[in-house]
Design a protein around this ligand. Structure first.
Ligand SMILES: [Zn+2]
Length: 94
């Protein structure tokens, strides 16, 4: 796992974009951590959408400071996020 940090809005999207531009094109998953002690912090809505468009099936590891880990997925964080499965008829009037 390659540690990267952002700490700002869209940090996940920025980190993945930077890694991709540096030649890292294959990811086993994404790990997201924060310094909140009693809760897991996931990606923001914008980053969830980005990750969905990047690769909707990769596991997402939510990591707390005490090293407790919760494994989740975009299927849980952003249901029906895959552009391949979305019914876009509503958006284009077809
Ligand atoms: Zn974000």
């Amino acid at each position: 796992m390659i540690p990267v940090s952002g700490g700002k809005k869209q940090a996940t999207e920025l980190n993945v974009s930077v890694l991709f531009s540096q030649g890292y094109h294959h990811f086993a998953g994404f790990a997201i951590s924060d310094d909140l002690l009693d809760t897991y912090v996931g990606p923001c809505g914008g980053c969830r959408q980005f990750l969905c468009e990047f690769n909707p099936v990769l596991p997402i590891y939510l990591v707390r400071p005490d090293k407790a880990v919760e494994v989740t997925s975009l299927a849980k964080l952003l249901p029906e996020c895959s552009p391949k499965t979305m019914d876009l008829a509503f958006h284009n009037g077809v």
